[in-house]
Design a protein around this ligand. Structure first.
Ligand code: MLC
Ligand code: AMP
Length: 512
């Protein structure tokens, strides 16, 4: 793994690295535990040489130990989403072609069938991670591989406009550049203590929170799931000084605070005020959410913009004015430009496509050379697919270039992937999936469905069908059965008109 990340951890000795459901662990524990995981995965070999290890482990101590163990063994860590049904996990197994699968005992059943069908045994975190189960005599070898920073360390799955989710291959050098950039911009230090409840198959939780904390000798307090009352209790304790989340989480926290009595509200607010920094990202932060959070906690959220392929690119300042509705300026070491359709830089004040370059940017999609090539300009700029405008020195995000990429609760999803699944239902002739603007979810996933002649599948039946095949956050919240889809004169479905169907549904209160 990144020698710097590892050496920094080792130099922290017994100071607390992780507070998790399993207990409190020092950096020395992490060095020991990850060494043992690495040795077990290597099983006598010198180096995993970028072989993939898929792991299905809830956020906590075992997760971190396995991730670091894979890194130290020279493997590529492929975290699988704990919320995903077997069908989504199977896609990752088929695509990543791992040599090993590691699962927490509580989740093993969800992946064991698919793993066995692919000739893979599921290894338990209880067996691999010291302190969680019986120890055997496996010891970390003195000579775990020395890794070149250009080697891949992680693959994160992300949705695009075409096909199923694809693997974003991230190198040790990418992670290091991302962490250095954020550490400088947001003033991380070993005095920091941050709460982590975001899913750990995304860059937000993995890099911005977990790895930044460990790199800086700070403490990361991990909750296994998001429970707004638990989060408020932790913020209200005054023990934390850093907090990062997606806009949906801030909205949910506001709703929970508003439903409480005066004494609890006061305690929660007072504790939250003692934080030094609170950050929002992964989706547009609605200005009313920013304003209400400021009233409740005294914190004007620092909004930043990023993406799995590039880490973080733009950020409001740690010190200095944070403009509501804006995402600030390029982070240290990150080049950002706005370009027109011909990849020419546009002038300030003119909307353009956001393109990003620099050491934080990934190199390739896993085994998708054509999509990789299409994602970069000839001179190495990555096309994010987002649009923005530069106004008075700060960037304002205008939206995405594709109407078929949605963001719900910070999760990026493809409308086309959901449509493919709905069309596989025997009662569905055609359908269109859209994101309807929503203050809680960002995009609320909605589907208009044209039934086959003589059939009328209910919304609940279709949702159940989708839930078996897709991650829960991809399942449409509203499904409307319609006679036909709105189309333009060329016969193409007009998604803005589909969106309007749902706005109309809401007003007459008659969803299917
Ligand atoms: C859960 N549900 C969602 C959802 N998450 N629906 C839409 N969008 C989502 N994101 C649904 C469930 O299916 C369920 O529906 C109901 O909500 C309750 O489920 P839950 O599991 O109890 O939800 P909860 O734990 O409260 O999760 C909501 C959330 C979570 C917002 C906390 O989605 C979350 O942590 N999102 C953050 C994702 C993230 O880290 N993104 C970063 C990507 S990296 P039903 O119908 O079954 O009741 C990136 C780059 C960058 O974007 O810039 O950072
Ligand atoms: P992901 O692919 O899950 O990493 O999501 C990246 C996408 O999230 C970006 O391409 C943007 O569309 C969106 N995003 C991230 N941060 C912001 C933000 N602050 N404002 C608007 N959109 C954002």
């Amino acid at each position: 793994m990144s020698p710097t990340l590892f050496e920094q951890a080792r130099s922290q000795g017994g100071s607390t690295a992780i507070v998790a459901p399993e207990g409190s662990f020092g950096f020395d524990d992490l060095v020991a535990a990850s060494g043992r995981v690495a040795a077990a995965l290597l099983a006598g070999r010198r180096d995993m040489e970028e072989e993939r290890v898929c792991f299905l482990v809830p956020p906590g101590w075992a997760y971190v130990s396995v991730q670091w163990g894979v890194w130290r063994a020279g493997g590529v860590a492929v975290p699988m989403a704990v919320s995903h049904p077997p069908a989504e996990l199977e896609h990752v197994l088929d695509d990543a072609r791992p040599v090993a699968v590691v699962a927490h005992p509580d989740l093993a059943e969800r992946v064991s069938g698919a793993a066995a069908a692919r000739g893979l045994a599921v290894r338990s975190t209880e067996e691999l991670v010291p302190g969680l189960g019986p120890r055997d005599e496996v010891r970390p070898p003195d000579d775990l591989p020395q890794l070149d920073a250009a080697r891949a360390c992680m693959m994160l799955y992300t949705s695009g406009t075409t096909g199923r989710p694809k693997g974003v291959v991230i190198t040790h050098a990418n992670v290091e550049a991302q962490v250095r950039s954020l550490s400088e911009a947001w003033g991380w230090s070993s005095d920091d203590r941050i709460l982590l409840h975001l899913p750990l198959h995304h860059v937000h939780g993995i890099v911005n929170i977990l790895t930044c904390a460990l790199w800086n000798g700070a403490t990361c307090e991990i909750l296994p799931t998001f429970d707004p009352r638990v989060v408020w209790d932790r913020l209200g304790s005054g023990d934390l000084n850093l907090y990062m989340a997606v806009p949906t989480v801030y909205r949910r926290l506001i709703e929970t605070w508003e439903a409480e009595g005066a004494a609890t509200r006061a305690r929660w607010s007072a504790g939250a005020r003692t934080c030094r920094l609170m950050v929002s990202g992964s989706a547009a932060l609605p200005v009313p959410t920013l304003e209400r959070w400021e009233e409740i906690t005294g914190h004007r959220l620092l909004e930043r913009y990023g993406m799995t392929e590039i880490g973080m690119a733009l950020s409001n300042p740690l010190h200095g004015p944070r403009r509501p509705g804006f995402v600030g300026q390029p982070l240290p070491g990150v080049e950002v430009r706005l370009a027109d359709e011909a990849d020419r830089t546009v002038s300030a004040g003119t909307p353009g496509h956001i393109q990003v370059r620099g050491p934080t940017v990934f190199g390739r999609y896993w085994e998708r050379p054509d999509e990789t090539a299409a994602a970069f300009t000839n001179d190495g700029w990555f096309r994010t697919g987002d649009q923005a405008v530069l106004e008075d020195g700060a960037y304002r995000i205008l939206g995405r270039s594709s109407v078929d990429i949605l963001k719900t609760g910070g999760e990026k999803i493809s409308a086309l992937e959901i449509e493919d699944v709905l069309r596989a239902h025997q009662g569905v002739l055609d359908c269109a999936v859209v994101g309807v603007p929503d203050v809680l979810w960002g995009d609320r996933v909605c589907a208009a469905v044209v039934p086959r002649a003589g059939m009328r599948p209910s919304a609940e039946e279709l949702r159940a069908f989708a839930k078996e095949r897709l991650a829960p956050y991809k399942v449409p919240k509203d499904i409307s059965v319609v006679e036909e889809l709105p189309r333009n004169p060329m016969g193409k479905v007009t998604k803005p008109a589909v969106r309007e169907l749902f706005a109309a549904d809401e007003s007459d209160g008659d969803p299917a």
